[in-house]
Ligand binder design. Structure first.
Ligand SMILES: [Zn+2]
Length: 270
């Protein structure tokens, strides 16, 4: 009986040890990382900086939870910032499970209104969760350790577009080494606005707009942003994403193309 107790204590101490060192490892290795999650046809991107996490979109279903479980330390139940680029189901649905399971400190959303039962339900859940809801504004940027998040669009003076995709929240995230442009489902019109408002805009990695739709990623935009790598978040779909025209344009600017449906979750150290 006594021996059993001793062994139980030893086991408990060993487990506590693993738990503590996992935490220390996160603190020591605080270089930001970005993960383009393999969640099927939709978008979900996790950015980690030390013990901070930022999740941009939640994908089309609960598969985001398994992906988060592989990356987040098991003791960490808090997500510092959730960004919903626009409230369509392939970006929003997975966020319901996230909000239920994690404590979300702040939610950043587009100002544009979108009337759907899913979005109404979401706004209801956000209110119940107590998370702070903010609307994206280029004046409000975020720092988490060595991670910098620059809010680019929409402008607070924007007039709502007929197409919700064009009011996607556009972010530029960067660490000391690499920068990434996260385009949501923006198309040509928003790309033109970006080039007009931020003429010198560039990044190392482009998270290609709208899952590689042919109405996104104009050749002018691809040339001006001077990125090396292009990430397409895509799964099995009937929209023809990514379109061969877009892939051609990406090849024309010599982009190294990564697709979540082929490579699975894709990680870069920022
Ligand atoms: Zn989408």
């Amino acid at each position: 009986m006594r021996q059993k107790l001793i062994w139980s204590c030893i086991l408990l101490l060993l487990l506590a040890n693993v738990y503590i060192w996992q935490g220390v490892a996160v603190w020591v290795d605080s270089r930001p990382e970005i993960y383009f999650l393999n969640i099927g046809q939709g978008d979900s991107t996790l950015i980690v900086s030390g013990n901070h996490q930022v999740l941009v979109d939640g994908g089309p279903d609960k598969s985001v939870m398994a992906e988060l479980g592989k990356i987040m330390p098991m003791w960490d139940r808090t997500i510092d910032l959730v960004v919903l680029t626009h409230p369509q189901s392939d970006h929003l649905t997975g966020l319901f499970a996230v909000l239920e399971r994690y404590q979300v400190e702040e939610i950043l959303a587009t100002f544009a209104e979108y009337d759907s039962s899913l979005n109404r339900e979401w706004l209801n859940e956000v209110q119940k969760s107590g998370a702070k809801l903010n609307y994206a504004d280029p004046a409000d940027d975020y720092h988490f350790g060595d991670l910098y998040i620059d809010t680019l669009l929409p402008l607070d003076s924007s007039v709502q577009s007929a197409d919700i995709n064009e009011d996607s929240v556009i972010l530029r995230v960067s660490g000391d080494n690499l920068s990434v442009l996260l385009m949501g489902d923006a198309g040509f019109a928003t790309e033109d606005s970006l080039l007009n408002i931020y003429p010198g805009i560039s990044a190392d990695i482009l998270r290609v707009g709208h899952h590689g739709s042919k109405y996104s990623s104009s050749i002018k935009f691809l040339e001006r942003t001077e990125f090396d790598s292009a990430v397409i978040s895509v799964g099995k779909n009937s929209y023809g994403h990514p379109s061969p025209e877009t892939v051609d344009r990406l090849n024309k600017v010599n982009a190294k193309i990564y697709r979540t449906d082929q490579a699975g979750t894709i990680r870069f150290d920022l």
